[in-house]
Design a protein around this ligand. Structure first.
Ligand code: KG4
Ligand code: ZN
Length: 338
């Protein structure tokens, strides 16, 4: 089955054509994928402006679709259209939904809504072959600009959320700390770059919620600690602040994910979402996971940040397992959760 995945929940217009087969052990082949990023347009505002995003998505969707189909494929080859319907910026979500419904109507294709977070959750499965028996139960850590979630996955389509952030998402804290340091949006990649030349143990920033027994997170206090440090140490070294802040977030996330993996006797740990593109985090998590002798599944960098492939994959998994909600009228749900 060939699935067209459409993602417009934030500032990337992302489409992909994915070939999929299998039910409990799905296999994917990425036939084409394209992302048109609006970062440069939103950068002067220090964050994403919803109505600007919508306008750009509407403009870019047909262009990106053409790029994805290329000379090789046409809409006639598409068996299913999967579109993100939440969570995200409502006007941006509507751009993708309306486009998907119009395509569905015109070419008589089934359209299914996809939860963006399920896309991130399934993203580690897209590139690798895996045996369902040997990876579940799995602990999944989904970390993005809007979410920080820990789940325990019993099998491909059943999971329980065991923790999430009580305030800022971890990606949001990277974006806010970057702004404090005068770095452009989005802050995650900027902080990571800068941190490479700094000392991670230079400043003892707090490790919020590491002493609590639950799996919830909190990052707004950490951001405030950085703010106070900058105020009280005007001669601060930017790279040390970046490295120490990054290390604090890594310690918190790795600590919670590993504790969950032990408690739930996980056979693997999944990592997905934009912040999963952080190499220092990947390295630190992988090192601890190896000690437990379990598997570490995370997508390549391209599939960590928002993309159409993960939406196609999630749409396929839901449909084939009877969990999709094919609908003529799909509505944007900006606060959708896992
Ligand atoms: O998943 P994503 O592309 O969009 C959302 O669903 O939110 O995640 C974007 C977030 C932003 O906050 C960005 O700063 C962060 O991921 N991010 C990173 C890195 N690359 C992106 N954070 C830390 N290190 C990175 N290398
Ligand atoms: Zn995302």
């Amino acid at each position: 089955m060939k699935i067209l995945g459409i993602e417009t929940s934030c500032d990337e217009t992302a489409l992909a054509l994915v070939e999929a087969s299998g039910k409990t052990k799905p296999r994917f082949k990425i036939l084409a994928s394209a992302v048109s990023s609006q970062i440069k347009i939103h950068r002067p505002f220090g964050g994403v402006v919803p109505n600007l995003a919508k306008r750009e998505h509407i403009k870019n969707l047909p262009i990106v679709l053409k790029r994805v189909l290329g000379k090789k494929y046409g809409m006639k080859d598409v068996d299913l259209i999967a579109v993100t319907n939440g969570p995200g910026l409502e006007p941006a979500l509507w751009a993708g939904i309306n486009f998907a419904l119009e395509l569905g109507e015109k070419y008589k294709k089934l359209v299914v809504p996809v939860n963006h977070l399920e896309g991130h959750l399934y993203s580690p499965l897209i590139e690798g072959k895996f045996e369902a028996k040997s990876i579940y139960p799995a602990v999944g850590l989904i970390i993005s600009g809007g979410h920080t979630i820990l789940v325990v996955q019993k099998n491909l389509t059943t999971w329980e959320k065991i923790g999430e952030t009580l305030d800022d998402a971890v990606g949001e804290s990277y974006d806010k700390v970057a702004r404090l340091l005068g770095l452009p949006y989005p802050g995650g990649p900027e902080i990571e770059k800068l941190a490479k030349s700094g000392k991670p143990d230079a400043i003892p920033f707090p490790r919020p919620m590491t002493k609590t027994k639950n799996y919830d997170f909190s990052f707004s206090g950490l951001k405030t600690a950085v703010l106070y440090y900058l105020r009280d140490n005007p001669k601060y070294k930017k790279a040390d602040v970046a490295a120490s802040f990054e290390q604090s977030t890594i310690d918190v996330m790795v600590g919670k994910a590993i504790r969950a993996a032990r408690e739930y006797r996980a056979k693997s740990v999944f990592l997905g979402g934009g912040v999963a593109a952080n190499m220092a985090l990947r390295g630190a998590l992988e090192k601890e996971i190896k000690k437990l002798k379990i598997k570490f599944l995370t997508p390549s960098l391209k599939l960590s940040t928002d993309n159409g492939t993960m939406i196609a994959a999630a749409g396929y998994i839901n449909l084939i397992n009877g969990k999709a909600r094919p609908a003529k009228e799909i509505v944007a749900e900006s606060n959708l959760n896992l």
